[in-house]
Design a protein around this ligand. Sequence first.
Ligand code: TPP
Ligand code: MG
Length: 619
Amino acid sequence: MKVEKVTVAQALVRFLGAQRVRRDDREHQFFAGVFGIFGHGNVAGIGEALLHRPAALPYYLPRNEQAMVHTAAAFAKASNRLRALACTTSIGPGATNMLTGAAGATINRLPVLLLPGDIFATRRPDPVLQQLESEHSRDISVNDCFKPVSRYWDRINRPEQLTSALLEAMRVLTSPADTGAVTLGLPQDVQAEAFDYPVSFFEPRVWTIPRNRPDRDRLTAAADLIRGASQPLMIAGGGVHYSEATVALDRFARATGIPVAETQAGKGALPFDHPQSVGAIGATGTAAANRLARDADVVIVVGSRLSDFTTASNTAFGRGRVRFVSLNVTELDAYKLGALALVGDARVSLQDLGEALAGWHVRDSYVTQIAAEKQAWEREVDRLYSPGDGPVMSQSEVIGILNDFAGPTDVVVCAAGSLPGDLHKLWRTRTPGGYHLEYGYSCMGYEIAGGLGVKLAQPDRDVYVMIGDGSYLMMAQEIVTAVQERVKLTVLVLDNHGFASIGGLSASVGCSGFGTRYKQRGASGELDGACIDVDFVANAASMGARAVRAATRQEIRRALEEARDSEEVSVIVVPVDREQRVGGYESWWDVPVAEVSPLPDVQHARAAYERARRERHLQ
Ligand SMILES: Cc1ncc(C[n+]2csc(CCOP(=O)(O)OP(=O)(O)O)c2C)c(N)n1
Ligand SMILES: [Mg+2]
């Protein structure tokens, strides 16, 4: 066997540069680069190896480790999971900063490879700087915290372990069913250790991504069930995008006439004006989709994890008579809600199901009903896009201005606050990938870092990041990374002086928006003093962005035009009214209210909560 003596870190980097994926007739490199922040835990090991890395593996310097994992997750999402980024950190705080990003990636089923440095395997310096000490084991480091948030976790304590660990890492990262964060803890001393690795380990390796077909008998049973339905509804989730099944979905929906509702991750599976598209479903759903869901007798789920937002906390569907058919690559998801589980790839499974339903179509009266619901909903969107009468613009109007302005292939990126709900309902998506919402973890701070990941994955599309002032204050520093990379982003900061979303939720549970306004400590001793005016324009400009404030329709349009004509990062700060909010449509979200309280508002909210549960026949 031919061997070559290289360090563990060098072997790792060479291996990453040689991995390829193939799905259908497309094949390309899997890792598009390495993001990393150096410290003593990786500077000499991985740092040295990256210095003479393979040419096809660019290195990126981000500003925060959590953010770089968001960037990597967004990159993978915008690549339909066919490409990924690796992230290297030092030991200790650099490593644990990645935890939130890891959880987000795993929850959203997105491949990211995390390479935190780890404490000495030899334990020579014990404790090394930033080492967590445990009195009951020497075999613990902070990297153990990654276990529950990783789909594969390992620690490379000896050079020999690297080969099998990396093959496992690749299996998981490229598996449609198992993918998520993969964490390999890399002890600082082991990274620098040399070993005779087989040369064959560094040769190009192609991982084929399968399109598994569901069991034939179950497929027949599903087709029989759907043929017997009078008001079927489909739910398109993120799996439709990841499997690149949007064309198959379009054909299936047209051939059968079954209306299609979309989850946050699935939105854009069909263009908004597709005859079968009824828009968002669930707690942040459209009146059209939620009414159809309520009356549906068969619900066909495609590629969704069925979160509480999608199911409106298990109250969205069919008043108990409904049957579910669920098509998913993972058994975990396919079996949810007691569904008839079709475990398989969305694209080929939709094709097979379509063939099994050949000649069948929903009845004409249902077609008419769908069209009427759709039309009524579009009128509602027009209403919410139109100018209000307040002195400060409403968020929905700003969404409308951007939606009118953006081109059909442009991408809107968002994650947390009141924007995701409003965008889910109101954004008119025209092409797959045009709507990028991180709503599995809904992590404040994902937005700008995520926008960077989307733009790196899809440099030909214009990327608009919509972000609340709260999220911006949590994590805006990746503007610097975008400036560094000359990656063009247009960021709209919607400033409503705090947490409008949680403020509204707080009021609805009787807590009057406590702790959600950005105000100074007042004479009362509470946070009810003067408003804190953060100068977001100055903040963004200080990081190298072109930054402007835009408070009217005209100013926003002008700012958007200037941003479009520029190649730089643009930040447009828009004051929005905290109180003018988009309501819910025929839906509910379960947020338990205090059962006993001295506060009358809470007592009233509890009574309303119990009423709502009774009306929905919940225990
Ligand atoms: C990291 C993180 N912390 C806390 C939350 C809970 N949370 C959801 S929305 C929100 C407020 C967001 O404020 P802002 O970005 O200004 O948006 P707005 O609600 O004003 O639309 C909070 C605190 C979260 N989703 N993520
Ligand atoms: Mg806000």
